[in-house]
Design a protein around this ligand. Structure first.
Ligand code: BG6
Ligand code: BG6
Ligand code: GLC
Ligand code: GLC
Length: 917
C-alpha cells in the first residue's frame, strides 16, 4: 500500500518537474488571454485591410471574394462531378443532390495518390494528371457518355472575378508545380481535359475547401456562415456583407470571403509571438517567409515544430540525457498524427515511448512526460491562435448584423481537428472565452467539402441555364455581316422604287422631293423666324444671317406641346403653335414685325414647291386629327389668320433631315446627306434631277427626303423582326407603319427594351419574376436613360440607381442583364442605321461613276448625341458596308432651325430675283 502511494507521489513529482521544465523552456509559446485578445484585434484590422480597395494590394490577409453569394436553400438538385485537390487527399467524386425534393445527397468517390513529382513538377503535367484521374473515374463509374457539370475544390489562394475562374496567387502547403502561379487553374484544367476526347465536362465552379466546408455544413444547418479548415493547412471563410467588399461591385446581400488567414503575419505583424522554432521551420519550408500563421497552426507543420523543439532540448541536455538520434535530425520525421497519438488521454504516454523509440531514442519516463507536454504546448498554441482569428471573424459577423448576441454555426474540417484528441475541445473553449457574446455551434463536416462544392455547382448550373435563356433572347438582336449586307441591298432597291414614277405609289420608302436644290452660297442675309416641330422639343427661333462671313446668330425658346394637343384636333395643334409664336415675338420684343418664316416640320410631306407640304401621315407621337392629306403651310396660315394679331410670310417647309443637312452644309459644302437619329429615324440626300422621275427637269440636283422610317413596311425586314418589335409596333400609334424607324429610333428603342424585360421577368430571369406597375408603363425608358445605363463610366451601382429611379427595384445581377439588353437593342439600331447609310453613299458613288468618294453626313438627334456607343457602331458599320466611301460625320450643333432659315433665305432670294425679272 505504502509502495503504491510512494510510486504515485514519485510520479506526480516527476510530472510536475517535467512540466515545469518544459513550460520554462517554451514559455514563449504559451499565450495568455491578453495576448490572444491582442491577436484577435490585430486580425480584425487585417481583415479590414484586405477588404479595402486601396489597402488590399499590400494586405497579407487577402480576403478573397469567392462569388458564392448564398448558402444552399434546399432547392439545389442534379448530378455533379467534383474534384477535391489540395488537402491531404486527392479525391474524385460523383455527387447526386436532392432527389424528389428531399434534402438528400449521395456520393461516390475514389481517392488518387498525389506523388511529389506530380505536385512539385511541371504545371501542365499536374493538370494532365488530374484530368487522367477524372477520366479514369468516369470510366470506372460508367459516366463517360454523360455531360456533367463539375465543381472543383482547389484549396489554394485564388483570385476570382467570377465563380468559374481562379488565378492562383501562390502555392501553399506541399504543392509547388511550375508555371501555374498567376494563371487561371480552371482553364488549365479545361485544356488538360481536351486530351480526352470522350470527356465532356464543364467546370462551373472553383471553390476553396473552406467554402466547400461551409456550404456542406450549411446544407444541414442554415445558421452556418463560417467555414474553417484545420488540416494540412489552415484557413477560414465567412459570409461578408457585399457593401463591405470593395473589390466586387454591388452592395446588396452577402458574399463568401475566403480570408486566407494562413498568410496572417507575413508582413511582420506576428514577429513578437513567433519563436526561434517557427523561424527555423519556415526556413526549411517550400515557401519561406510565407504562410507564417499557418506554419504555427496546421497539420503539415505541428510535428515538425515538435521535432525542432525536441532536438533543441536534447542538445541542451534537457532530454534523453543529452543524446540525439540520427532520425531526430531528419526533417518530417515527426508528423501530426504522432503528435495526436502522444496526446491521447490514456495511451498517450505509451504511444510517446513507442514513437520516441522508433526514432532511435531511449526515453526515460521523465522524457516521455516532457515530450508529451511539448506536444501539448505546441498543439495548444495552435488551437489558441485559431481561436483568436476565428473570434475576430465572429465579432465581425456580429457587428455586421448589429446584434448584441450572435447565434451562429461554424463548419469545420481538416485532419488535425478530426484526429487530435483534445483539439476541438480546446478550440471551442477558447473561442467561447474570447467571444462571450456569441453562441457558437461547431459542426464537423462529415462529408468533406465536395458536398458543398456540389451545392455551389448546382446553383451555378441553374444560373448557366438562365444565362442560356437570356443569351437566346439577345441573339435575336445580333445581326451577321451577311444580314447587314442584305439589308443594305434591300434598302437600295427601295430607294429606286421610290424614285421611279411607276413604282413610287406603292413604295414604302417614299423618296419625297423637297424642292431644295442648292446649298447656301454665303450671300444669304437677313432676319428670319423658324419653327422646329417634330423632334423632342418644339422650338421657335429667330435667326440672323449675315452675308459674307457665314455667321449666324440665333435666339430660341422651347415650348411644350402637351400630349392632348399632339393627339387632339389639327386646329388645336396649329392654334397652339401660333400661340407659341406670339409668346416668342412678345418675348423678343418683335411684336408686329413681319418676318419670313421657315417651318421645320419633321413628318413626311408631299411637296409641290418649297412652300407647300401635304402631310402624308403622322409618325412618332403625333396624331392630331384633320391634318393628314392637308397642306400644313395652309393650316399654319389659317391659324395665324384666326388669331388675327400678326402676319408672317411662310416661305419654306422643310423636313428636319433637310434642315440638318443645310445647317451642316453651311460649314462644309461636301455635306450632301442629312441624318436624324432621334425620336424618329430618317435621312435625306442630294439626288441628280435626272433620277427623280416625279419632278420635271434633268438639270442639277434636288434634295430627297427618303422617309426611310417606312422601310420594311412591305414585310422585307420580317426575317429580323422579333416578337418584341411586333409588340412595340402593336402598341404604337401607327401599327404596321414605320417598321425600320421602330427598330432604330429613340422613341422605340426603350420600348423594345421594356418588352424584352417583361418577357425575361415572365421567364423568372429578372426582378425576381415580379412584373411591377412601372415595367408595365409605356415610355419609361427614354433615350436619355438608355444612354445613361449604357455608359461605360457608370458603375453597376449607378445603373441600379437609375433603374431604381425608374421605379424598377433591381438587384445588381438584374442591372447587369438590363444593361446587356439595352446594349443589344441599341447596337442593332446603330447597325441598321449603318446599313441604310451605306446604301445611300454607295448609290451616290456609283451614280457619279466614282471609284472612291468622300462625303459628309450632317447628323442630329438625341440618340446620336447622347448615346455612348451609337455613333461609333454606326461609323464602323458604314465603313464595312461601303468600303469605297470616306464618310465624314458632322454633328449639327445648332439644330435644323438654322438650316430652315438658310433655306428660307435662299428661297427669298430666288423669289426676289423672280420678281425683279
Ligand atoms: C477534406 C476536404 O475533408 O478536408 C478537403 O474534403 C480539405 O477539401 C481537407 O482540403 C482539409 O483537411 P486536410 O487535413 O486533408 O488538409
Ligand atoms: C433637333 C433638330 O436638333 O433634332 C430637330 O433641331 C430634330 O429638327 C431633332 O427633329 C431630332 O432629334 P430628336 O432626338 O429631338 O428627335
Ligand atoms: C492553405 C491554402 C488555403 C486552404 C488551406 C486549407 O492555407 O492556402 O487556400 O484553404 O490551406 O486547406
Ligand atoms: C420621322 C418622320 C420624319 C423625320 C424623322 C426624324 O421618321 O416621319 O419626317 O425626319 O421622324 O425626326
Amino acid at each position: 500500500m505504502f509502495a503504491v502511494h510512494l510510486m504515485a507521489f514519485y510520479f506526480t513529482k516527476l510530472k510536475e518537474d517535467q512540466i515545469k521544465k518544459v513550460d520554462r523552456f517554451l514559455y514563449h509559446m504559451r499565450l495568455s488571454d491578453e495576448t490572444l485578445l491582442d491577436i484577435m484585434a490585430r486580425f480584425q484590422a487585417e481583415m479590414q485591410k484586405g477588404l479595402g480597395k486601396d489597402t488590399n494590394p499590400t494586405a497579407s490577409v487577402k480576403m478573397l471574394p469567392t462569388f458564392v453569394r448564398a448558402i444552399p436553400d434546399g432547392s439545389e438538385n442534379g448530378e455533379f462531378l467534383s474534384l477535391d485537390l489540395g488537402g491531404s487527399k486527392f479525391r474524385v467524386l460523383k455527387v447526386q443532390v436532392s432527389e424528389e425534393g428531399k434534402r438528400n445527397v449521395q456520393m461516390e468517390s475514389q481517392f488518387y495518390p498525389t506523388p511529389n513529382e506530380i505536385i512539385r513538377g511541371n504545371g501542365t503535367e499536374l493538370f494532365e494528371y488530374v484530368a487522367d484521374c477524372l477520366a479514369d473515374f468516369m470510366k470506372t463509374k460508367e459516366l463517360m457518355q454523360k455531360k456533367l457539370p463539375l465543381g472543383l475544390t482547389f484549396s489554394f489562394p485564388c483570385k476570382q472575378t467570377k465563380l468559374e475562374e481562379g488565378i492562383l496567387l501562390s502555392w501553399t502547403k506541399k504543392f509547388k508545380a511550375r508555371g501555374v502561379q498567376g494563371t487561371d487553374v480552371v482553364s488549365s484544367l479545361t485544356n488538360a481535359m481536351k486530351r480526352h476526347q470522350d470527356l465532356d465536362v464543364d467546370i462551373l465552379a472553383l471553390v476553396n475547401d473552406t467554402v466547400g466546408t461551409m456550404m456542406t455544413c450549411a446544407y444541414d444547418d442554415p445558421y452556418c456562415e463560417v467555414g474553417v479548415i484545420i488540416g494540412t493547412g489552415t484557413n477560414a471563410c465567412y459570409m461578408e456583407d457585399m457593401s463591405n467588399i470593395d473589390l466586387v461591385e454591388g452592395d446588396e446581400g452577402r458574399m463568401c470571403v475566403n480570408t486566407e488567414w494562413g498568410a496572417f503575419g507575413d508582413d511582420g505583424a506576428l514577429e513578437d509571438i513567433r519563436t526561434e522554432f517557427d523561424r527555423e521551420l519556415d526556413l526549411g519550408s517550400l515557401n519561406p517567409g510565407k504562410q507564417l500563421f499557418e506554419k504555427m497552426i496546421s497539420g503539415l507543420y505541428l510535428g515538425e515544430l515538435v521535432r525542432l523543439i525536441l532536438l533543441k532540448m536534447a542538445k541542451a541536455g534537457l532530454l534523453f540525457g543529452g543524446e540525439k538520434s540520427s532520425a531526430l535530425h531528419i526533417k518530417g520525421k515527426i508528423e501530426t498524427r504522432h503528435v495526436a497519438a502522444m496526446e491521447r488521454y490514456k495511451e498517450g504516454l505509451a504511444n510517446t515511448r513507442e514513437i520516441l523509440t522508433d526514432l532511435g531514442l531511449e526515453p526515460s519516463d521523465a522524457d516521455c512526460i516532457a515530450v508529451q507536454h511539448v506536444c501539448t504546448i505546441v498543439s495548444f498554441r495552435s488551437a489558441n491562435l485559431c481561436a483568436a482569428a476565428l473570434a475576430a471573424i465572429l465579432t465581425r459577423l456580429r457587428e455586421n448584423k448589429k446584434l448584441v448576441r450572435l447565434r451562429t454555426t461554424v463548419g469545420v474540417d481538416g485532419t488535425l481537428y478530426k484526429i487530435h484528441p483534445q483539439y476541438p475541445k480546446r478550440l471551442h473553449k477558447v473561442v467561447r472565452k474570447l467571444v462571450p457574446n456569441c453562441d457558437v455551434r461547431f459542426l464537423l463536416s462529415e462529408s468533406g467539402s465536395t458536398k458543398g462544392a456540389a451545392m455551389v455547382t448546382a446553383v451555378a448550373s441553374r444560373l448557366q441555364a438562365q444565362r442560356k435563356q437570356i443569351d437566346k433572347v439577345l441573339a435575336l438582336f445580333r445581326l451577321t455581316q451577311e444580314q447587314l449586307v442584305g439589308i443594305r441591298n434591300k434598302m437600295r432597291v427601295e430607294f429606286e422604287y421610290g424614285l421611279k414614277k411607276d413604282t413610287h405609289p406603292l413604295a414604302t420608302v417614299k423618296m419625297l422631293p423637297t424642292y431644295v436644290c442648292g446649298m447656301p452660297d454665303g450671300t444669304e442675309k437677313g432676319k428670319f423666324l423658324a419653327l422646329d416641330l417634330g423632334g423632342t422639343n418644339f422650338r421657335v427661333l429667330l435667326v440672323k444671317i449675315r452675308s459674307g462671313r457665314r455667321s449666324v446668330r440665333m435666339y430660341n425658346k422651347i415650348f411644350a406641346i402637351p400630349l392632348e394637343i399632339m393627339q387632339g384636333t389639327g386646329e388645336e395643334l396649329f392654334d397652339h403653335i401660333v400661340q407659341c409664336i406670339a409668346d416668342f415675338l412678345d418675348y423678343m420684343g418683335l411684336k408686329g414685325a413681319q418676318l419670313p418664316l421657315g417651318f421645320t416640320f419633321s413628318f413626311p410631306c408631299r411637296q409641290a414647291s418649297i412652300d407647300k407640304g401635304t402631310l402624308i401621315e403622322w409618325t412618332k407621337g403625333f396624331k392630331a386629327t384633320d391634318c393628314e392629306g392637308e397642306d400644313v403651310v395652309d393650316m399654319l396660315r389659317e391659324a395665324i389668320k384666326r388669331r388675327n394679331e400678326f402676319d408672317l410670310d411662310i416661305v419654306a417647309v422643310v423636313n428636319d433631315t433637310v434642315g440638318t443637312m443645310m445647317t451642316c452644309g453651311y460649314e462644309d459644302s461636301n455635306c450632301e446627306v442629312g441624318l436624324i437619329a432621334g425620336t424618329g429615324s430618317n435621312m435625306c440626300y442630294m439626288e441628280e434631277m435626272r433620277n427623280i422621275e416625279l419632278v420635271e427637269g434633268d438639270e442639277g440636283k434636288m434634295c430627297i427626303n427618303t422617309e426611310w422610317g417606312g422601310f420594311g413596311d412591305n414585310g422585307c425586314l420580317d426575317d429580323i423582326h422579333t416578337q418584341y418589335d411586333k409588340e412595340v409596333d402593336e402598341g404604337s400609334l401607327n401599327p404596321g407603319k414605320q417598321r425600320y424607324e421602330k427598330m432604330t429610333s429613340g422613341m422605340y428603342l426603350g420600348e423594345i427594351v421594356r418588352q424584352i424585360l417583361i418577357d425575361l421577368t415572365k421567364q423568372g430571369l429578372l426582378f425576381r419574376g415580379q412584373i411591377s406597375e412601372r415595367l408595365r408603363t409605356r415610355g419609361i425608358f427614354e433615350t436619355k436613360f438608355l444612354s445613361q445605363i449604357e455608359s461605360d463610366r457608370l458603375a453597376l451601382l449607378q445603373v441600379r440607381r437609375i433603374l431604381q429611379q425608374l421605379g424598377l427595384d433591381s438587384t445588381c445581377e438584374d442591372s447587369i442583364v438590363v444593361k446587356e439588353v439595352c446594349g443589344a437593342v441599341s447596337r442593332r439600331a446603330a447597325q441598321l442605321y449603318g446599313a441604310g447609310l451605306a446604301a445611300i453613299v454607295e448609290k451616290r458613288r456609283e451614280d457619279q461613276g466614282l471609284e472612291h468618294m468622300r462625303i459628309t453626313v450632317g447628323v442630329d438627334g438625341t440618340l446620336y448625341k447622347l448615346h455612348p456607343h451609337f455613333s461609333q457602331i454606326l461609323r464602323e458599320t458604314v465603313k464595312e458596308l461601303a468600303p469605297q466611301c470616306d464618310v465624314m460625320f458632322m454633328l449639327s450643333e445648332d439644330g435644323s432651325g438654322k438650316g430652315a432659315a438658310l433655306i428660307t433665305a435662299v428661297a427669298k432670294r430666288l423669289q426676289q430675283a423672280q420678281r425683279d425679272h
